[in-house]
Design a protein. Sequence first.
Length: 130
Amino acid sequence: MDYITEAQKNCQLNESDISDGTKWCPPAWDGLLCWPMTPGGELVSLACPEYYREFDPQKRATRRCLEDGRWYWSDESNATWTNYTECFSKKAPYVFPTPSTLISLGVMFDLDHVCWKAGFSCGVYEMIGK
């Protein structure tokens, strides 16, 4: 099992029963980090994951637990939301396309061009044939 799959599995095991009258957000896996149980109304921060190449592990990601014990919900993405904005390195590396990427782009262009010509030809044939 890889590291991320193991982290996701262990995330749900971190829930405990706290009965102090406070609303709590449950532990949550957002695809990159496991967010711990958090009291309602709090902003929790974790170090940015070092296994994601574009992130600076010296910076922090944040996630808000609302007063009612639910994680902040983004209507735009229709999901709970974690702020990874600060995690991105200021010097994001420019990724040069590999030869295989360029070839596949060329192939895709050629395929698109062939399909367009075939469609155009069929349309002309239909107009002339009738």
